[in-house]
Write a protein that binds this ligand. Structure first.
Ligand SMILES: NC(=O)c1ccc[n+]([C@@H]2O[C@H](COP(=O)([O-])OP(=O)(O)OC[C@H]3O[C@@H](n4cnc5c(N)ncnc54)[C@H](O)[C@@H]3O)[C@@H](O)[C@H]2O)c1
Length: 460
């Protein structure tokens, strides 16, 4: 059986390891033996233990992931370790490690030292002809200017031919959520290889992983083009969301419902993916990827005079969005948060995803606390908020125990929530900050006598 190693067992790598382990031959036997590799840190060890036991390491609403992991347990083709020597026999090594953008200085930057070291770990072990597939989102230019020389040097030091490295880039579009696994196996993919042979090897691998009849692959001419495709599509999405923000303020001031306007605009095929008003943008990707083109242009490609103001400003606008909701709630609460108990409904960065990284709720809560508010958090997907070290309630406390409520994340459970029954006990001020509530729920809040507002709607 061919073997695949996945370096990095985070939200992408762990799902990818399970997805690869689930590929089957016509007779039902597994195509690949899969080994996940992570670091011997506390977090890494927990992820290794889960994957090695054929469990997905994170809470998920996608039942198929758990089923696929259980099938790997039966087939015996999925394990995990902190020992990178497991790469020695691999036919394919997939790189799914993190690469963070450091924004502490005036100019955003990426520290490539750990990434370089991770690539070196691969170069020191793999056999010639093994495919190295970079899925980590990187500044354009990284595969050519960083990964290639690091791998080549490691090969030279081992007395191997540096031309025997087979390097490709293909970025993940995985969507944690209800379609987590299928967003890997049933979705379009872009890829490029350093050489024709690498492109072909990458295509062969992706064709086994993905339903390419329904979702054909797109081969690009160069590694830098594939790297750019990833950061450009995420920058586009971040900018699309940011664009709507100023229109939401206008709709609230002018007294109309921007969601209706957007529905009308979306009927035009050229405009059908315009975003809608919301609470902010979180998660690991849209908050950092729009900086990567500028970093790559400056630090790797040598174009110091190029800048990406739309993309970078989009991140800033999106980051400030939760504070707009906070101001709105403060107004509903009579102009001050001092001593007010505020219930935040939803703390993960996205609906139906148990990931709190860079969650807009975090920005909201920190500022609300700074202004003297007391916060209660409720989220059906997590019971502990690691970034704020806060306990998270599974369901809301009695309505008469809070002064204000912000509905921040459109988890499905919240749309099912019986607001009428809950509001019998009390009538806190309510802000629907993210189009969470249904029309009936919004009407129920008003009918119950709550002070109520929605982001992006001039009327409730
Ligand atoms: N999260 C998403 O939805 C998503 C979607 C598409 C693409 N991406 C991209 O995929 C990449 C991974 O994202 P993620 O969310 O899985 O990150 P993550 O932080 O959840 O996981 C990364 C993992 O890599 C491990 N790691 C770091 N260095 C390592 C090394 N040298 N050897 C072995 N393991 C190592 C870390 O310990 C961690 O467990 C990022 O570039 C991200 O931008 C993420």
């Amino acid at each position: 059986m061919k073997s695949v190693c996945v370096q990095g067992l985070g939200f992408v790598g762990a799902a990818m390891a399970i997805a690869v382990s689930s590929i089957r031959n016509d007779d039902g036997s597994p195509v690949y033996d899969v080994t996940g590799i992570d670091l011997p840190t506390e977090e890494g060890r927990a992820r290794i233990a889960a994957v090695d036991a054929c469990r997905f390491p994170f809470e998920t609403t996608d039942g198929l992931l758990g089923k696929a992991a259980a099938a790997a347990s039966v087939a015996g083709n999925l394990r995990a370790t902190d020992d990178p020597d497991a790469m020695a026999d691999a036919d394919v090594v997939i790189v799914d490690i993190n690469l963070d953008v450091d924004r502490s200085a005036d100019v955003p930057r990426v520290d490539l030292a750990a990434f370089r070291q991770a690539v070196r770990t691969i170069g020191e072990r793999i056999r010639p002809g093994a495919l190295v597939l970079i899925e980590t989102t990187v500044p354009p230019g990284t595969c050519e200017k960083v990964v290639t020389p690091v791998l080549q040097l490691a090969f030279e030091e081992r007395g191997l031919d540096p031309d025997d490295i087979l390097l490709a880039h293909s970025f993940e579009r995985v969507m944690p959520g209800r379609e987590y696994l299928r967003s890997i196996t049933h979705y379009w993919r872009v890829y490029a290889g350093r050489t024709q042979e690498a492109s072909d090897a990458c295509e062969a691998f992706l064709t086994r992983l993905i339903d390419t009849e329904a979702y054909p692959l797109t081969r690009l001419d160069s590694l830098v083009a594939s790297e750019t495709a990833k950061v450009m599509e995420n920058s586009y999405r971040a900018a699309n969301i940011a664009f709507v923000e100023e229109w939401a303020r206008f709709a609230e001031a002018a007294g109309f419902d921007l969601f209706q306007v957007i529905d009308a605009i979306r009927l035009r095929p050229t405009h059908n993916n315009i975003r809608q008003p919301g609470f902010g943008v979180g998660g690991y990707c849209l908050t950092k990827d729009p900086f990567l083109a500028g970093i790559g242009a400056r630090d790797l490609i040598g174009c110091r005079d190029l800048s990406f103001p739309f993309s970078e400003q989009a991140v800033q606008v999106n980051e400030d969005m939760p504070l707009v909701s906070l101001e709105r709630l403060q107004t509903l609460l009579g102009g001050t948060l001092e001593g007010k108990r505020i219930l935040v409904m939803g703390v993960t960065y996205r609906q139906d995803v148990a990931d709190t990284r860079y969650s807009p709720s975090e920005t909201f809560v920190k500022e609300a606390q700074r202004r003297g508010g007391e916060i209660l958090a409720c989220d059906p997907l997590i019971d502990h908020w690691p970034e704020l070290e806060m306990k998270v309630l599974e369901g809301p406390p009695p309505a008469d125990s809070v002064d204000g409520v912000v509905f921040a994340v459109p988890h499905e459970g919240f749309r099912m929530f019986n607001l009428v029954a809950w509001l019998e006990a009390g009538q806190p001020a309510i802000l629907d900050a993210n189009n969470v509530l249904t029309r009936d729920q919004r009407a129920a809040a008003v009918d119950a006598g709550c002070i109520f507002a929605s982001i992006g709607r001039g009327r409730a």
